[in-house]
Design a protein around this ligand. Structure first.
Ligand code: F6P
Length: 542
């Protein structure tokens, strides 16, 4: 059967009917009461990740219709096309092969090139990590978007595995307030700059690279060749910039899918060759699951379908990410690019306007911090926002340096963290009735307000959906699997929507207009500008 766009399938109509009959008023609490096997039926094991989907507004019938949708839209065929290197990024005429970057030697496409760069890069990494010889203490990654967010997310996540004598810094913003405070702390002889840019033309990265170079010579730095390296597909441009050590990658690696390539150099510098290989191996395990697990057990596919169910049938506009692990503090930002740059599209593969919504807004903060900020809205606000909890069973701060009472205290705090995560998903689902609020004392509440009014303020509607992803421990392997899970989930929803998840034309217009405005900031020429832009330009120059 030829793959069809989501809305052109029979399953779409069936899902619309199912939503009217059972979806709109679906009550998760009632579903648990009806079906004692609900937890078992809606929990899934994938490599390194256990997923509880049971606190969502779905049941096995919903999944059945969603799997029909996946079949009719040809998600599996599209996946296979990606994995065999077809040019599925049609608007750029490129293959999409980040999976090849983590395939074992000899197993994936382009294996010789991939493993040659990997071996060379990891050999280099070990020379830098030999800090007694290299003298390097600080590594500054200069990149933006996909050349920043992956490493910036992974390095703190793997804090327990990082080299104790190396400090990693990430500079991305063209705003000099990003690089200036970093440079203030550095000494040229101890610093390695990694200029990370797939294209080696990105305005922000080139500007910061020039700032770093200017600082380096002004601060008495010598031997640029030792202190500047590049990670790029544009080796010639890096050479023209004066960089002689370059680790390359290929146009079939999308920016937001590139942490597995040479763009992962800062990760490898932080955690070492073996841990970087473990990160790749974890992702590869998830690739194998995505490629071979039956659809009804295929976790990335199921999560992608759940996203379609919520976005297109429930009309939920956002999803909140709540990693209950401080190391994952940058995961929401990383996922914003992964999901919103990939699936924030409004035309199908043939360029036709889509009649339905695509990417939700993805946002979040680590737990428990988010609880003391925006969780109020998640519990009692007027919007329903599905939440994704990421829980890690065992803490990784039990390094030899920690022992005795401090270790015991941190273990207690880890239990508090887990209890908080569980409690939030429970509270979102369970809610609290007005009667329960009436019966439950609130010591800090007004003594003069009538009890019923007060109880209404203290009522939680409940039935708010959440997914819990559970890892045993945050290790290079499990993190690799988790990231790949998200990549394939985004692929799956994008395939159902019939869009190109691998281009990013939406970033072009602003870039072009910026190129036009920059000289006007100097000249004051406002000809042809709209009145607002012209007025602001004038004030900025006054
Ligand atoms: O924001 C657009 C974008 O092209 C991203 O897709 C990419 O990750 C980022 O810019 C950085 O691009 P480059 O790695 O070429 O500097």
């Amino acid at each position: 059967m030829k793959p069809r766009r989501g809305d052109q399938t029979e399953a779409w109509g069936a899902l619309a009917g199912h939503f009217e009959a059972h979806g709109r008023d679906f009550d998760i609490r009632e579903a648990f009461a009806r079906d004692p096997g609900r937890f078992d039926a809606l929990t899934f094991d994938a490599p390194e990740v256990f997923a509880d989907l049971s606190k969502n507004r779905i049941d096995t019938a919903t999944l059945h219709f969603l799997l029909d949708l996946a079949r009719e839209t040809g998600v599996a065929e599209r996946r296979d096309a990606m994995l065999r290197g077809d040019s599925i990024n049609t608007t750029e005429g490129r293959a999409v092969l980040h999976t090849a970057l983590r395939a074992p030697r000899g197993a994936g496409l382009h294996s010789d090139e991939v493993h040659h760069v990997l071996d060379t890069m990891l050999a280099y990494v070990e020379t830098v990590r030999d800090t007694a010889v290299s003298g390097i203490r600080h590594i500054v990654n200069i990149g933006i978007g996909g050349s920043d967010l992956g490493p910036q997310m992974v390095v703190p996540a793997l804090d327990a595995f990082t080299h104790p004598g190396l400090t990693l810094h990430f500079v991305s913003n063209v705003d000099g307030h990003d690089i200036a405070p970093v440079l203030r702390t550095l000494k040229p002889a101890e610093t390695l700059f990694v200029i990370a840019s797939k294209t080696f033309t990105t305005q922000e990265t080139m500007a910061n690279a020039h700032a770093a170079k200017a600082w380096f010579s002004a601060a008495g730095g010598t031997d640029t060749a030792k202190h500047f390296v590049a990670t790029t597909t544009n080796v010639e441009a890096a050479a023209a910039f004066g960089i002689t050590t370059t680790f390359g990658f290929w146009d079939w690696v999308g920016g937001r899918y590139s942490l597995w390539s040479a763009i992962g150099l800062p990760i490898a510098l932080a955690v070492g060759a073996d841990n970087f290989r473990a990160l790749l191996a974890g992702a590869h395990a998830m690739d194998e699951h995505f490629a071979h697990a039956p659809a009804a057990q295929n976790l990335p596919l199921l999560l992608g379908l759940l996203d379609v169910w919520y976005r297109n049938f429930h009309a939920f506009t956002s999803r909140s990410i709540a990693p209950y692990h401080q190391g994952l503090k940058r995961l929401p930002a990383y996922l914003q690019q992964l999901e919103m740059e990939s699936n924030g599209k409004r035309v199908d593969l043939d360029g036709n306007d889509l009649p339905y919504a695509t990417s939700p807004v993805v946002w979040g903060e680590p737990g428990t911090n988010g609880q003391h900020a925006y969780f109020q809205m998640l519990h009692q606000g007027s919007d329903v926002i599905p939440v994704e909890f990421i829980l890690v069973k065992h803490a990784t701060h039990g390094t030899p340096a920690l022992h005795g009472p401090l270790l015991a205290q941190l273990e207690r705090q880890h239990a508090m963290l887990l209890a908080n995560g569980l409690a939030q998903s429970q509270a979102l689902m369970q809610g609290r009735t007005t009667d329960a609020a009436l019966a439950d004392a609130a010591p800090t509440a007004s003594k003069t307000l009538d009890p019923l009014t007060l109880a209404r303020h203290r009522t939680f509607p409940g039935n708010r959906p959440s997914t819990t992803l559970l890892l045993e421990q945050l290790t290079p392997r499990s993190l690799g699997a988790l990231i790949a899970l998200y990549e394939h989930r985004v692929f799956s929803s994008g395939a159902v929507w019939g869009i190109n998840s691998f281009d990013q034309w939406g970033v072009e217009l602003g870039k072009a207009l910026c190129n036009d405005l920059l000289p006007r900031l100097h000249s004051g020429d406002a000809s042809g500008l709209d009145a607002s832009t012209a007025g602001l330009l004038k004030r900025l120059r006054a």
